[in-house]
Write a protein that binds this ligand. Structure first.
Ligand code: E4P
Length: 218
């Protein structure tokens, strides 16, 4: 399973890049706004650090304008994936961009039907938002299960399932059990993945016993 980080904060990305965990980055207009920086600068800086796909989202809602924005974004670096919303215009832009060989991440997916359309439009990634479905009382992980089943039924569909809006480690593990290709994870959740109380307890016992030996390795 590939791990993308869901942030536009370059310091967090730099830190994660040294761990060997990072396969790509996703951003969105809210994350860019939170960074307080210009999108072109942020995406360029991220692409200098990460060689995997870096999603940059268009802000336009109409086909022609989406393609104009994509033209600017994709010139930043060859690993930029253009993120488009799951609308009719977004899928039309997805088709045009994928036909010319540009990576496309179709975002704001909330139903299996939408995911099927995105795959047929040539999306490189489909981003179903699990946390936002949970927020409205639906089970976000059911959507992932449905999309994985549908895509597996049609091996000619090459779109990767990129689980988005992940809020906790359980989302990630459930997605991995279902065989989702990618998870985009907030930095705070990546940190949570390392932790286990028995690891802490065990380490503290080892350190105590080691200290009692009076030895040092170096
Ligand atoms: C994915 O590409 C989105 O940027 C992100 O996962 C949305 O997450 P949120 O619902 O926590 O804002």
């Amino acid at each position: 399973m590939k791990f993308f980080v869901d942030t536009a904060e370059i310091s967090e990305i730099r830190e994660l890049a040294t761990t060997g965990l990072l396969d790509g980055v996703t951003t969105n207009p809210s994350l860019i706004a939170k960074s307080g920086r210009k999108i072109l600068d942020v995406i360029a800086e991220i692409c200098e650090v990460v060689s995997g796909p870096v999603s940059a989202e268009v802000a336009a809602t109409e086909y022609k304008q989406m393609l104009d924005e994509a033209e600017v974004l994709k010139k930043i670096a060859p690993n930029v994936a253009i993120k488009v919303p799951l609308t009719q215009d977004g899928l039309k832009a997805c088709y045009a961009l994928s036909q010319e060989g540009t990576m496309v991440n179709v975002t704001l997916c909330f139903s299996p039907a939408q995911a099927l359309l995105a795959a047929k439009a040539g999306a490189t990634f489909i981003s179903p938002f699990v946390g936002r479905l949970d927020d409205i009382g639906q089970n976000g992980m059911d959507l992932i299960a449905d999309i994985v089943t549908i895509y597996n039924n049609y091996p000619n569909l090459k779109t990767e399932v990129l689980v988005a809006s992940i809020r906790n480690p359980v989302h990630l593990i459930e997605a991995a059990k279902m065989g989702a290709d990618v998870a985009t994870i907030p930095p705070s959740v990546i940190k949570q993945l390392y932790g286990h109380p028995l690891t802490d307890k065990g380490l503290s016992a080892f350190l105590k016993d080691w200290a009692s030996t009076g030895q040092s390795i170096v």
